[in-house]
Design a protein around this ligand. Structure first.
Ligand code: CAA
Length: 263
């Protein structure tokens, strides 16, 4: 598939996907979402990619939400289909086996905030703005915001954001645990590249197992989560990377992980 609204670049085990409709502040329209789904499928099948970075083209915006020109014309039935379509793609992003980092370089509003919430963590420019402003349009978040935001920051803070539609600065977003770290705009990319390179030096089997274990464990009780962890730990130990990691420690050298998933 040829992309017109996103860009996908892969190098050294790291894929960077850039939302690329800067004139519309990278708003999510149907074409962009279809391209995103295709790109996620291709990344999921690429055994060489260990980390995915999401970011927005231009200096102003990560994603300013779902495209309001599309939403404005939807019938209720079509709106339900549109929400299902967006939710499915954002769930596909969340369940991508490899770590995904949101590099939020500007507005992350509505569907943009919901996209960032489905990533494993967020690094942001200190000029970034977060919010779920749907209430000011007379609607509510439809791409998972009412569900993922309270799970991340708690119900009370999430409800305050959803009921008011207020914008949060990057510093405010960091203070409530929505963002891991903030950086000067010109330093964001280097910081995201550095953390991605560090993660990409790790074994792919253990990275994927760690992500899956945390995510699955959060959906259930502690006992079930611990059982999931035990199984994943045992499976990791059977991987070539575990053999390499433990041997390297005992031989007092740095491990070189191949990322092979089966021995
Ligand atoms: N959809 C479509 N177009 C958008 C857009 C969006 N979500 N956000 C911005 N744009 C367009 C603007 O219409 C404008 O286009 P023109 O130049 O053709 O007029 C261009 O991007 C630049 O935007 P502004 O002139 O408004 O820029 P600004 O700096 O004055 O304001 C902003 C920036 C505060 C982000 C403002 O654009 C804004 O409030 N955008 C809408 C944010 C929003 O409400 N998002 C939620 C959408 S609904 C949703 O996401 C539902 C869901 O859960 C799935």
């Amino acid at each position: 598939m040829t992309y017109s609204s996103i860009e996908l670049v892969r190098a050294d085990g790291i894929a960077t996907l850039t939302f690329n409709r800067p004139k519309a502040l990278n708003a999510l329209n149907t074409i962009l979402l279809q391209e995103l789904a295709d790109a996620l499928d291709s990344i999921a099948q690429d055994e060489t990619v260990r980390v995915l970075i999401l970011t927005g083209a231009g200096e102003k915006s990560f994603i300013a939400g779902a495209d309001i020109t599309e939403i404005a014309t939807l019938t209720p039935l079509a709106a339900k289909k549109f929400a299902q379509f967006g939710q499915d793609i954002i769930s596909k992003l969340q369940s991508l086996p490899i770590p995904v980092i949101a590099a939020v370089n500007g507005y992350a509003l509505g569907g943009g905030c919901e996209m960032a919430l489905a990533c494993d963590f967020i690094y942001a420019s200190d000029k970034a703005i977060f919010g779920l402003p749907e209430i000011t349009l007379g609607v509510i978040p439809g791409f998972g915001g009412t569900q993922r935001l309270p799970r991340l920051i708690g119900a009370s803070l999430a409800k305050e954001m959803i009921f008011t539609g207020k914008h949060l600065s990057a510093a405010e977003a960091k203070a409530i645990g929505l963002v891991n770290k903030t950086f000067a705009p010109e330093e964001l990319q280097a910081a995201v590249d550095a953390i991605s390179r560090l993660i990409a030096t790790k074994g792919k089997a253990s990275l994927c197992a760690a992500k899956q274990t945390v995510n699955q464990g959060l959906n259930g009780d502690l006992t079930t989560g611990l059982a999931i962890e035990r199984d994943a730990f045992a499976l990791c130990l059977a991987s070539p990377d575990a053999k390499e990691g433990t041997s390297a420690f005992l031989e007092k050298r740095k491990p070189v992980f191949t990322g092979e998933l089966h021995s």
